[in-house]
Write a protein that binds this ligand. Structure first.
Ligand SMILES: [Ca+2]
Ligand SMILES: [Ca+2]
Length: 228
């Protein structure tokens, strides 16, 4: 009898171990097994039929987090660029080009000449690969004399970002994404892998500049999105 009881106890233990073992969930591939670990699952480039599908590149730069800035008119010391904050559900920082300083400083003549007005901010980016890139600026224009900036990559040509995105009426604009365009279409920029310097320069006064997006996708972010 004692032998049978012992066998019964052993069998019960074996059943318990099997049941407990089944209860343990193995996380699916890509999901971290430890709580609190990184939750983002990075899509990997996949090969199919010899075609390599590359993941999209998105680089976001906050305009107020510049690497260098020329924020004063050199002769008078007048402030031409300054940091600001706004609350849009969350607090966002921006770079403001105070309205009116171009006239105050008598520099209207310089507005049409890229890079001659004071007021420039630079940003350093590091691109993962050589590709065709598109540029979008999240900004709040001021009015029809405050709805543009100049942009360039490294020592390249100055391009205007100049449109009426976010326009409610002549003197009222809301925050919007402004694509860098060429004859109405998104401008294609062939950029090499590695470090590049982006520069925003004043073209008109009044705009508020939130962030720059450099992406391999030519589709602009949704107009009301704070984060692309
Ligand atoms: Ca203005
Ligand atoms: Ca910002």
């Amino acid at each position: 009898m004692r032998g049978v009881a012992a066998l019964g106890i052993v069998l019960a233990l074996v059943v318990m171990v099997v049941v407990l073992g089944r209860g343990k969930q193995t996380p699916p591939p890509g999901v971290p097994a430890t709580p609190g670990g990184p939750s983002a699952v990075q899509p990997q480039p996949t090969g199919q039929g010899g075609i390599v599908v590359q993941s999209a590149v998105k680089v976001v730069v906050e305009c107020e987090n510049y690497e260098s800035i020329e924020d004063k008119e050199p002769k008078s010391g007048h402030v031409v660029m300054k940091k600001g904050q706004a609350s849009m559900g969350e607090t966002i920082g921006y770079l403001e080009i105070p309205e009116g300083w171009i006239k105050t400083c008598g520099m209207e003549e310089d507005k049409g000449h890229p890079g001659t007005l004071p007021g420039k901010a630079t940003y350093s980016i590091d691109l993962p690969r050589e590709d065709t890139y598109y540029v979008f600026l999240r900004a709040k224009w001021y009015d029809s004399c405050g709805n543009s900036v100049y942009f360039r990559v490294d020592e390249g040509d100055w391009y205007p970002i100049d449109d009426t995105e976010g326009k409610i009426d002549e003197a009222t604009y809301k925050w919007a994404w402004h694509p860098l365009r060429e004859a109405g279409d998104p401008r294609e920029l062939k950029l090499s892998a590695g470090k590049h310097t982006l520069t925003l320069a004043i073209k008109e006064d009044g705009p508020l500049l939130d962030k720059l997006l450099i992406a391999t996708d030519a589709t602009p972010p949704a107009q009301d999105s704070v984060r692309p």
